[in-house]
Ligand binder design. Sequence first.
Ligand code: ASP
Length: 341
Amino acid sequence: MPAKHLFVIYAGGTIGMKATPQGHSPVPGYLPAELAQIAARTPNFPAYTLKEYAPLIDSSNLKPEHWNAMAADISRNYADYDGFVIIHGTDTLAYTASALSFMLENLGKPVVVTGAMVPLSEHPNDAEQNLIDAFQWATQPNLFEVCVAFNRQLLRGNRSRKLWGAEMGAFGSPNYPILGRVQGHYELNIALCLPKPHGAFQAHPINPALPITGFKLYPGFNVEILKKLLLAEPPLAGLVLESYGAGNAPDADAELLAALSHSTHKQHTLILNTTQCVSGRVDMDNYATGSALARAGLVSGCDMTPEAALCKLYFLLSQRTSVLGPEDKLPISLRGELSTG
Ligand code: ASP
């Protein structure tokens, strides 16, 4: 078998940072030099070509334009490489993995996103092991999706969340089993992975200017603030509502329901109902407080993470679709991001 060759995007993050008087900050050129040494001393490390983004960012500065740049880089290099690694900050890593999962249609090669809680410049760190694992997963012949490699596990990208801010195992996949783990060797559970696609690979850009936002309910939230969003002119294209439990909201608040209904029915805003619970799913038939939202025109986010929900809105609303509208596609699994039934 010919040796695998990977294309690597280095976008920034703690992994390549050094301590400065202002706090940790990415240092251009540092990670590529360290990576070359790791590659030289690690048996079977795949060959790679690395593109360092300028400027390198703390991923808190990430914008949808970065997703377009990454998708374009993967698309330009798709035919020439066996797999792709994206080195990224952990803060918004789950958003990037989710966004790319939708943007890269009929993906027939692994795209593995990784980062670290402790930089290569400090010891002990998780950075070196996460890099080695990401590179190994990216050579897997049976992986056709965007994944996250972290803390010896492989997660589906659009199911991943940064759940723990102070642990090496920062990422979880609360509504879907992990795809793989490293226990002496790289064990991929193929039955859980997406099948090889039939169609031709295509990278879809998203429109960063789309007016999309999120709103999280809490007891006593000010309906006037939400109304300002819902009744804005020009109208919102999409909103991710983080409601309670199985997708419930205060149905005793007639003003709230009227504003939601006006927004979906008159302003054609796509409102996705997701749950604040870390695991579980939205079922708007379960409670009267949920069915009121269905009548107000909200679409169920099923068991999607809030990150995947937001990115799916960006993706669908950026598409000029024909037969099915975005609202029809929201409760359908496009890339394994939700479980039906
Ligand atoms: N603030 C950093 C970032 O997201 C955190 C990290 O990479 O762990 O870029």
